[in-house]
Design a protein around this ligand. Structure first.
Ligand SMILES: [Zn+2]
Ligand SMILES: [Zn+2]
Length: 260
C-alpha cells in the first residue's frame, strides 16, 4: 500500500465509528502516505452529518491532528457535502468558510428522500426513471461548480437496484457534464461491500469516464479504520484495465497526478 492515498473517510464527527486519530493511525498501519478526512456536511438536520454550528470543532481537530502526525503521513482536509438543488449559494458559503483541500459533492437525497438509507420509495418509479432522476441531480451538482470530486457516482445502485435498459446515453450525457465542469470522479471501493457488490462507479462507467478523459481519485468510504484502503488491489487492477495510469491528489483545492 506504500504510496497510496484514501480520499473518502468518516469519523465520529459524522457517521464514522472512531476519532480522527484512530482513522489516521489506521491509515499509517495500512502504509498509506496520505489520508483525506471527509466527514459529511449536510444542510438538512440529519444525524449522520455535521451541522454548520459544529464545523469549527471539525476544523480545529483536523488541523491539530494534521500537525501532530505530519512526520508520518499527509493529512488532507476534505468534506463530503450534500448537494441540494436551489441551495447552491448556501453550500458555497459553507465551503468557502473552511480551509479545505478538497470537496466531495454527493447526492444522497431525491427531494426529501434519503435514498441510500431509507428503502421506502424504491418501486415508486421504474429503475430507469429513478436513474434518470438521480443522474439529473448529479449533473446539476457537477454544473454548480461547487465541488472538486463526484462522490460515489452511481450510488443509486446501492441496494442492487439496476436499470431495466441500457442507459449508456444517460451515462455519456452525465460524463460530458462532469468533463465540462472539470471535475474528478472518485473510484469508491465501498460499494463492493454493499448489496450492489460493485465499486462506485462500476466497470462500464469507468470505461465511459476514461473515454471522456475524466480523472479519478481512489477512496474507500471508510467508516471504521479497518475499512481504510479496502479492496485497493482490485481497484487498481480495474483502473489499469480501464486505461487509467494516474490518480488525483488534492492540496488547497489544487490537484496533482500520481502514477499508479
Ligand atoms: Zn456518501
Ligand atoms: Zn461517505
Amino acid at each position: 500500500m506504500q504510496g497510496w492515498a484514501d480520499y473518502h473517510t468518516h469519523s465520529l464527527l459524522s457517521d464514522g465509528a472512531t476519532s480522527y486519530e484512530q482513522m489516521v493511525l489506521g491509515a499509517i498501519e495500512k502504509g498509506l502516505d496520505e489520508i483525506g478526512l471527509s466527514d459529511h456536511v449536510c444542510l438538512k438536520p440529519v444525524v449522520w452529518a455535521m451541522q454548520e454550528v459544529d464545523l469549527p470543532v471539525m476544523t480545529r481537530q483536523i488541523l491539530e491532528i494534521r500537525e501532530r502526525y505530519s512526520h508520518l503521513i499527509n493529512i488532507r482536509y476534505g468534506i463530503e457535502m450534500d448537494y441540494f438543488e436551489g441551495k447552491e449559494a448556501e453550500i458555497g458559503r459553507i465551503i468557502a468558510s473552511l480551509p479545505l483541500d478538497y470537496v466531495i459533492g454527493s447526492v444522497h437525497f431525491i427531494g426529501d428522500w434519503n435514498f441510500d438509507g431509507d428503502h421506502s420509495f424504491y418501486g415508486k418509479w421504474s429503475n430507469d426513471e429513478l436513474y434518470t432522476i438521480y443522474f439529473g441531480l448529479v449533473q446539476k451538482a457537477a454544473s454548480s461548480g461547487l465541488f472538486d470530486t463526484v462522490g460515489h457516482l452511481d450510488l443509486i445502485k446501492k441496494f442492487g437496484v439496476f436499470p431495466e435498459s441500457d442507459l449508456t446515453s444517460l451515462y455519456e450525457e452525465t460524463a460530458a457534464v462532469i468533463r465540462q465542469a472539470g471535475m474528478v470522479v472518485e473510484l469508491n471501493t465501498g460499494g463492493l461491500d454493499k448489496p450492489c457488490a460493485e465499486f462506485y462507479p462500476g466497470p462500464r462507467w469507468l470505461e465511459i469516464l476514461r473515454a471522456y478523459d475524466i480523472p479519478v481519485t481512489l477512496s474507500s468510504d471508510a467508516h471504521h479504520p479497518a475499512q481504510i484502503a479496502r479492496h485497493y488491489q482490485q481497484a487498481v487492477h480495474l483502473l489499469k484495465k480501464s486505461g487509467y495510469h494516474e490518480v488525483v491528489r488534492f492540496h488547497h483545492r489544487k490537484r496533482s497526478l500520481v502514477k499508479i
